[in-house]
Design a protein around this ligand. Sequence first.
Ligand code: GLY
Ligand code: MN
Ligand code: MN
Length: 442
Amino acid sequence: MSTQDLASTYPAHLARMQSLAERALERGGFAHLLVPSGTIHYHLFDDRDYPYAVNPQFKAWAPLVRNPGSWLVYTPGERPKILYLQPYDYWHVVPDAPSGYWVEHFDVVVIRTPEEALQHLPAEAGRCAILGEASSAVGDYTPNNPAAVVNYLEYHRAVKTDYEIAMMRRATEHGVRAHRAAERAFRAGASEFGIHLAYCQAARQDANDLPYGNIVGLNEHAAVLHYTERDRVPPREIRSFLIDAGASHDGYACDITRTHAYDTTGEFQQLIEQVDAAELRICDRVRAGTDYADVHLHAHLEMATILHQAGIVDMAPESMVETGVSAKFFPHGIGHYIGLQVHDVGGFLASEEGGRIEPPAGHPYLRLTRRLEPGAVVTIEPGIYFAELLMKELAEGEHAGAVNWDRVDALRPYGGIRIEDEVVCTDGDPVNMTREGFAALD
Ligand code: GLY
Ligand code: MN
Ligand code: MN
């Protein structure tokens, strides 16, 4: 994937953004779309700033992720405009002059202060849909985030353009390279902190660049779904390693999880291989027209089957799903949309006008309940965990007798397993970007 691919696919992406914006404005009764890139935020009672996080509605238009105080201005029928803030500032590195494949498609106006934007915004502030945070307001141009406009854009963000998929492939290239480095560090006996640093070094990204905080858990820590503590010292005995870590490429994210056993001949390794094989079968269900909630429920059946076959729970897999027993071992959703945001927006939207499709009863953490369309990119991330709190609930519940507690106790020290890939829904077979990314390293 070269920059050329991005340059050649970008015009169609921008054309789609323009046509979506046109229809969104029509629905909301607005004449112009304004999207401020966002502002710098500060710690309370302090002059220390938080890392800048660009407004996703802004980076959807152009690969600009380090430009606070800038604006996208779009009036249907006119060329889109970027007000590009390049401040006079000798304390910080200011953004370079606008450059790259996106520039020729815009009227780019360099401004030197945020207030200078006022000279270049459409005259009629009342006819603007302004998508952004309150702190981006200048003059009468206060973000109003009209629901009709936001819902329309968020609904259609589910389908990615070729350009966006190329961007996500780039992010995946950084992520898989770093996952390999992390596994090497684990096998060499590094601490969680040391593995995290090896990952960042290989990805060439740190906390400010990564799309979410790395989850790097050894042993029991693998059972904590969002474990971000990172012990500085390795444990005396190293048994297992779960890493859920992504990477970014100009504002697009990847989200990858792998689980490794230190002893690759033991029963935890076998369990990992079973979850891995099931994950691939679930990925194969990412097909146009499929209800993603069904993919989630099927994943429960897959995990329950593994629990049954491994002698962990003596109960028919279907009953495990119906009674909620499988949810004690697999307590999160099977995945989510991904793109400009790791948990990309619109997962519950019933239509382009709004409305919400609730997750199935008993599955509150599922983040995507829509039918899949070609161009949708989703994660598939099944797991089996031996989490203290949930095992306790199971032990105190009515199905405790169906659980082989000796097996659970033998597996607790390994924490848990999650395998996560990103899959593109197409008109035909799904495309697993993560597996393709790892295969390209071999
Ligand atoms: N890394 C967060 C998730 O997998 O959804
Ligand atoms: Mn995920
Ligand atoms: Mn993840």
